[in-house]
Write a new protein. Sequence first.
Length: 96
Amino acid sequence: MLATFFKTFWAIFIAELGDKTQLACLAFGSVSPKQKWIIFAASSVALACSSAIAVFFGCQITRLVSPKTIKLVAGLVFIVFGVIYLRDAFNMPGKA
C-alpha cells in the first residue's frame, strides 16, 4: 500500500512540474501574493477533485477493458502526441 502511494505521488508530482496547472497557480500567485493560502487551497481542492474523477473513471473502465489494453492505448496516445509535438516543433515558422 505504501509502495502504491509513493509510486503514484512521484508519477503525478513529476508529471505536473511545468504543467499548465502549475503555470496557472504561478500566475494566480503573482497577481494575488497576499492570498497565497487561498490560491493554494483552491488549486489543491481542484486537483483533488479532478484526480478523484480520473480515479473513478479509471476504476469503472477496467470493468469493460483490460488493464493491459488500457496501458497499450495510453502508451500509443502518448507516442502519437509526442510525434505531433515534435513535428510541430520542427515546422515552426521563422526557423532557420
